[in-house]
Ligand binder design. Sequence first.
Ligand SMILES: [Zn+2]
Ligand SMILES: [Zn+2]
Length: 252
Amino acid sequence: MHYLQNNKKITAGNSRYFGETHLKTAIVNLMENNEIENFVENNIKNFQTNGKGWNKIIREMLIEFAKSGWNLDNQIFGKEKYACLQCSSFSNDSEIEIFRSIRLKFKKLSGVTCQECGDKSKQRIFKGWEYTLCKNCYLEKATNEIYLKQRSNLEECKFCGYFAFSEDKCKFCGNYDFKTTNFTISKEDFANELEYIKYCQMEVYVDNDDEIELSKRTKGYSKSEKYKILFSDEELKEYIEMIKSWDEIDNK
Ligand SMILES: [Zn+2]
Ligand SMILES: [Zn+2]
């Protein structure tokens, strides 16, 4: 590394008092740490993200670049794209593999790190945009923007039990009537209406995307005391296994 030449004088001058090798190592470490610190500080301003939640992993990433043999004169840039951290740089061919692997590692990490607070999180779609947010930050963000909707002519929903069903859709849990076509669930997958209702009830019960929790906090509907759960423990277990495997596929 280039600073070694600059330090020959210091090393030679003090070598009588300290073990020469030790001193050399200490100075090299010090210089290395300084260089890494400067690299991080110079590059961190090249990153544009919403919120401060990724600052810690961006620093970790820059340190990893610095320690990987990356040419520290090459700047790293980054921004958020589809709720993940995307990096770019001008590098020469010999560094392209270092760049690819570090970029991919931290892109994945950003996908499970809340962009607001840095907690463990997942990807959410809110008002048509993608975000990586933890439960609290998501609910807070969404609560601030969702207003109570007018209630009128509402029936009890078979899926969630809230008095929020109007025409063909529940305003509380978002599920549609079996007869209505919608694009989130394909009705052909169910043997009959009962199976469909059980599936929707389990979705509400598990609340994997925290949508029900959000409705509880933002929507003033009341719950029916007659609401009955139709699925069995066994069916619930199967359902949980199934969504777990979907999450695993998503995170690959
Ligand atoms: Zn958060
Ligand atoms: Zn409902």
